[in-house]
Design a protein around this ligand. Structure first.
Ligand code: CKP
Ligand code: MG
Length: 312
């Protein structure tokens, strides 16, 4: 197996109308979650992936599980619990490309994940562990689970890719978020912050300075995502800006996860940092062009086509 990730996936209710949610009568049911988005992105590209979580023993939990399993992702370490429901969230369309999310995930099943449930042997079977800053924000047990997974991954030789994915609605204070994000960033091999997340972590505002500050001993590469302006990448040997892929922005949610999936796929192909960032950027550009987090993600052929037509 190649990549393992874990975190909360939820049922997403989205709308086709650009209206405040109080005026919306019909919703589309989809599934979303940063880590499962990455898992699905990788699975669609042909990689062998494992994802686990704790889901409510309820119809939404079964729906999420069936969706993720349907992509050929290994869900054998997922736990179902009668003690709490599967989380849900709603996405409001403010105007084209502008969205707002409302979570109903407090005390959800996933927030009950805990460190002693981690199957350490299972982790040994993978090359890369992907983690995000969402999971440690769910509960103190989820934070402990994240720390344990990192420790086990290091012990067993997995590379760690960390996407801060700061969600202010989940953190009690900016200080707590910064402290934990920095701890996780320092323990990763690759860190993929957005510009605002890089600013939060370092107090710096230029991509070059942010990347230099996060490239601590033990960290191999940092990629600062700049949205429509591309990305800046840095390792001990190489650094540079990646120009953005042309993209029509329909829904930016999920773009960061698509970027992470592309980046990890590049690592698995043995690509150099710049080439992996190119792959990541193409994935991000594809992801902003459709509604939903994963529905429009490409297979390997489509992705290569997009990468080769960058300057057309
Ligand atoms: O950073 P992204 O826009 O790629 O992440 C989107 C996901 O997990 C979305 O699917 C949502 O469920 C979440 O991030 C979250 O918890 O906010
Ligand atoms: Mg993100």
């Amino acid at each position: 197996m190649e990549v393992v990730t874990f975190g909360e996936s939820m049922v997403l209710f989205s709308t086709d109308k650009s209206l405040p949610l109080e005026y919306v009568h019909h919703f589309n049911k989809q599934m979303a979650g940063a880590e499962s988005n990455v898992a699905i992105g990788l699975a669609k590209l042909g990689h062998r992936v494992g994802w686990f979580s704790k889901l409510g023993d309820d119809p939404f939990g079964r729906y999420v599980l069936h969706q993720i399993r349907g992509y050929g992702i290994d869900t054998s370490r997922c736990i179902s619990t009668p003690d709490a429901p599967t989380g849900v969230f709603f996405k409001e369309q403010r105007s084209r490309g502008k969205t707002q999310v409302y979570y109903y995930r407090h005390h959800s099943a996933a927030s009950l994940m805990k460190p002693d449930e981690l199957d350490e042997e299972y982790l040994s079977g993978f090359k890369i562990l992907h983690i995000t800053g969402i999971t440690p924000a769910l509960s103190s047990n989820c934070l402990a689970l994240t720390r344990k997974a990192i420790a086990v991954a290091k012990e067993r030789g997995l590379k760690i890719v960390f996407d801060p994915n700061v969600r202010w609605k989940l953190w009690d204070s900016e200080e707590a978020a910064r402290k934990i994000m920095l701890e996780l960033a320092d323990s990763a091999d690759y860190v993929l912050p957005g510009l605002d997340e890089g600013e939060l972590l370092t107090g710096l505002s230029q991509p070059e300075d942010i990347a230099a500050a996060l490239l601590k001993p033990g960290v191999t590469g940092v990629v600062v995502k700049l949205g429509g302006k591309g990305a800046y990448y840095k390792s001990a040997q190489h650094s540079g800006y990646m120009a953005p892929f042309p993209a029509e922005e329909v829904d930016p949610v999920g773009a960061g996860d698509a970027f992470a999936a592309g980046f990890i796929s590049g690592l698995l192909h043995g690509e150099k940092l710049e080439q992996a960032v190119l792959r990541a950027s193409a994935m991000g550009a594809i992801a902003v062009g459709f509604n939903g987090d994963v529905e429009g993600l490409p297979d390997e052929t489509e992705l290569l086509h997009r990468m080769n037509s960058k300057d057309d």
